[in-house]
Design a binder for this molecule. Structure first.
Ligand code: UDX
Length: 438
């Protein structure tokens, strides 16, 4: 089977690479020439564990190709996956320009039956717009070439994307015809062989599933952050509460960690887009609205704790920030809580020393030299008044506290991810605070 994947961002690149690993002939298409050139010579545009090796291997095997020429490649493929971006508009709605561009190109250039599968996260109803765009182009050409549209949302987690694709909890596919259903089942057979389910449904339900799943996960986090903030005030410990709650099999123990707020490319964008879809359809999503506002507040929590530790005066204080990316194992800084905290610290007159194992370049690209970039976590604490732990990278989990205490000026530690043993730090002379415990 020959397929094309349009858009070599996170989703497109992982999807294309994993299909090629299973023996499918994949052409990844992007309008960005520099990106395609880099990929052809084995340079990845993103950091994702395992991706580079897999790309190289499949390029060498002749199953994975990169090109900027979408129209030529349409002659050789029967399925096109669209994995282009859907950046948020100012009002929170998704900008469908790129998704519809792909549809128009398909309509202009196909010469045989083609299945256009949307992988980008798009609002319910987008498949109908995609279909109309293809039909419009076919009408202009005066030809009647059969085609189908399908929806196949992705559920990849950054940092675990390859694993998630290869062994998915489920594959969700929305189709409108038996032919499309058969083609999608065939393509995903290698991934669902071991019992991972493929759920075939109608297109609007598939489109909605992605938003509902992400909104549910975001809800769990905001719910726990809300509980954590109350725990602090009444003298409970949210980590004990989490364990007690998670032991109920109806609740489950995963994704219940209180922290300094969720970030990334999906939750913030999808929650806003779902709210917007509600408004457009005359329905007020009250739970989702609260999920978002709790998260916006939560991104301030590390700053608030630092400020409290210095009686509201951070002027001239040096803060060592450990971790910048929105979560470990990625260099993605989109909506990262660290950016909010850095901004507030600088406005309060503090000096910020930062260290992140992977995301330093990306941070520099975004905010420039307003902070000091350090070569490791220990350099960041020299003469610092406080440490702010923002991302739970493994290398931050067991620091040499004795060395750190000697290097620091003041001994405040604010743990935004609840990874340290408070008792141990107190004994060593640190002033320690975490999320959800007094
Ligand atoms: C998410 C979804 O998990 C994935 O299915 C979807 O396809 C894309 O969005 P991702 O953005 O890669 O994936 O990150 P994820 O691992 O889900 O974490 C999102 C954010 O939530 C991070 O900032 C993380 O630190 C935070 N989080 C997660 C918590 O604060 N507490 C938790 O218990 C779990």
């Amino acid at each position: 089977m020959n397929i094309a994947i349009v858009g070599t961002g996170y989703v497109g690149l992982v999807t294309g690479t994993c299909f090629s690993e299973m023996g499918v002939d994949v052409t990844c298409v992007d309008i960005n020439e520099a990106k395609i050139k880099a990929l052809q010579s084995g340079v990845m545009p993103i950091y994702e564990p395992g991706l580079e090796d897999l790309v190289k291997k499949n390029v060498e095997a002749g199953r994975l190709h990169f090109t900027t020429d979408f129209t030529t490649c349409l002659d050789n493929v029967s399925v096109v996956f669209s994995a282009v971006g859907t950046p948020p508009e100012e009002d929170g709605s998704a900008d469908l320009r790129y998704v519809l561009d792909v549809a128009h190109t398909v309509g202009r250039f196909i010469n045989k039956y083609t299945l256009l599968v949307t992988k980008s996260t798009v609002p319910v109803g987008t498949a109908q717009k995609v279909k109309a765009a293809i039909q419009e182009e076919l009408n202009k050409r005066g030809v009647a070439i059969p085609f189908d549209v399908a929806s196949n949302p992705e559920f990849l987690k950054e940092g675990a994307a390859i694993k998630d694709f290869m062994a998915p909890d489920r594959v969700v596919v929305g189709v409108e015809s038996e032919q499309a259903k058969k083609m999608m089942e065939k393509l995903y057979r290698p991934f669902t062989l071991n019992g991972y389910p493929i759920l075939i449904m109608d297109v609007p339900s598939a489109e909605m599933t992605k938003y509902a799943a992400n909104a549910m996960l975001a809800t769990r986090i905001s719910f726990m952050n809300d509980i954590a903030n109350l725990c602090e005030r009444i003298g409970a410990n949210v980590d004990n509460v989490r364990k007690g709650m998670g032991a109920d099999s109806r609740i489950g123990s995963r994704f219940l960690y209180a922290g300094c707020g969720y970030g990334g490319s999906c939750f913030p964008k999808d929650v806003k887009a779902l709210l917007h879809t509600g408004i457009e359809n005359g329905y007020h999503m009250r739970v989702i609205e609260a999920v978002e506002s709790v998260n916006e507040e939560q991104k301030n929590i590390v700053f608030d704790k630092l400020s409290k530790a210095f009686n509201g005066d951070l002027k001239g204080k040096t803060i060592a920030m450990w971790g910048l990316s929105f979560k470990p194992e990625t260099d993605d800084m989109r909506e990262a809580p660290a950016l909010v905290v850095i901004d507030k610290l600088l406005k309060a007159g503090a000096v910020v020393n930062v260290f992140d194992p992977i995301a330093m370049d990306e941070t520099k690209r975004r905010i420039g030299d307003v902070v000091t970039y350090c070569k490791d976590m220990y350099e960041a604490v020299i003469d610092a008044d406080a440490i702010a732990l923002m991302t739970e990278w493994k290398q931050f989990r067991m620091p040499s506290w004795a060395i750190i205490r000697k290097a620091m000026k003041n001994y405040v530690v604010v743990d935004g991810r609840n990874i340290y043993d408070g008792e141990e730090l107190k004994e060593l002379g640190f002033i320690y605070s975490r999320i959800g415990q007094k």
